[in-house]
Design a protein around this ligand. Structure first.
Ligand SMILES: *Cc1c(COP(=O)(O)O)cnc(C)c1O
Length: 301
């Protein structure tokens, strides 16, 4: 890959006082530091997609996302660094004069923004919609929303290489489930994965990801949706307090859309005594900090 990472992932211990000493270890795998603009799991999910384009002389990628989408921002940045053109199909008819910070970032990285209505966006995977986009933007490689394709899952498998066998449980945030699938498939058979979905009713993802999980690993994961804080992209004062407190105690910034909700869930489970005292838990920091710009001044980091 022509793009050089900012740093190598590392494991950072969480202060035992934060989880009431209820398990043997709780740590975080810092993927957020991999690249400032292509953060966390997005680096892994996108790299093979971009490499596919480079090795096949495809000079434009197109993908989908909302106005605060980490995936859209990361795709714009990676395409730009790789010397590819990019198109972002955006959910909602935004005015060019009033872009969100995320969309402005995409624009600054050369991404052409193509706005469609919420209704059209709900058909983003349909064959006729993709064909139509192919006509408007010929010679383009289309990456599904969230990088949820074979290249995405392949890249996500590489994350498992940073997870030592002695961890008994892994916690990860779930959007499309692409990252969870890659990790579950590559982990040791005795390690189990807890996914935390940040949207209402996200439990449906259990069935959605199941067909990509290897047969012998089918019982090794479960996705929880109790910690959505009102829905996808929603938050309350308690969550902001939680993020600031976590930062004070552990010096790790969490993002409001995904990782804060996951850590809130894992803390509640740990302190409720869900895990054996010998459990060693590794939480994946999947990045996404660019999304915190919407919190304007409410965070201490
Ligand atoms: C995109 C994103 C996710 C969701 O990843 P999936 O592979 O779609 O499940 C999780 N956490 C963060 C911080 C993200 O930006």
């Amino acid at each position: 890959m022509v793009i050089i990472p900012d740093g190598q992932p590392y494991i950072q211990a969480i202060h035992p006082g934060w989880y009431g000493h209820k398990v043997a270890e709780l740590s975080m795998l810092r993927l957020d530091i991999v690249h400032h603009d292509i953060s966390g799991n997005k680096w892994y999910k996108l790299k093979h997609n971009i490499e596919h384009c480079i090795s096949n002389n495809i000079n434009r990628v197109l993908t989908f996302g909302g106005a605060y989408s980490n995936h859209l921002a990361a795709t714009a940045a990676m395409a730009n660094l790789a010397g590819l053109q990019s198109v972002g199909v955006v959910r909602g008819l935004f005015s060019e004069q009033r872009l969100t910070p995320t969309l402005q970032f995409c624009r600054d990285n050369g991404m052409a923004l193509h706005y469609i209505s919420y209704e059209d966006y709900s058909r983003k995977g349909d064959e006729d919609m993709l064909q139509n986009l192919g006509l408007i933007f010929p010679g383009t490689f289309i990456i599904p929303e969230g990088g949820a394709n074979d290249y995405g899952r392949l890249g996500a498998e590489e994350i498992a290489a940073y997870i030592p066998d002695y961890y008994t449980h892994i916690a990860v945030s779930v959007g499309t489930g692409t990252t969870l699938v890659g990790i579950v498939n590559r982990l040791h058979i005795q390690q189990s994965v807890r996914g935390f979905a940040p949207m209402k009713g996200g439990g449906y993802l259990n069935d959605e990801v199941c067909c990509y999980i290897h047969e012998e690993k089918q019982a090794n994961y479960k996705i929880y949706d109790n910690w959505h804080f009102g829905g996808f992209g929603k938050y309350n004062d308690a969550l902001i307090l939680f993020m600031n407190d976590f930062y004070k105690q552990n010096n790790i910034p969490l993002d409001v859309v995904y990782t804060a909700k996951m850590m809130s869930g894992i803390k509640e489970q740990v302190t409720a005594g869900v895990f054996d005292v010998a459990a060693r838990i590794l939480c994946i920091h999947t990045g996404g900090l660019q999304g915190n710009t919407s919190l304007a001044g409410r965070l201490i980091y």
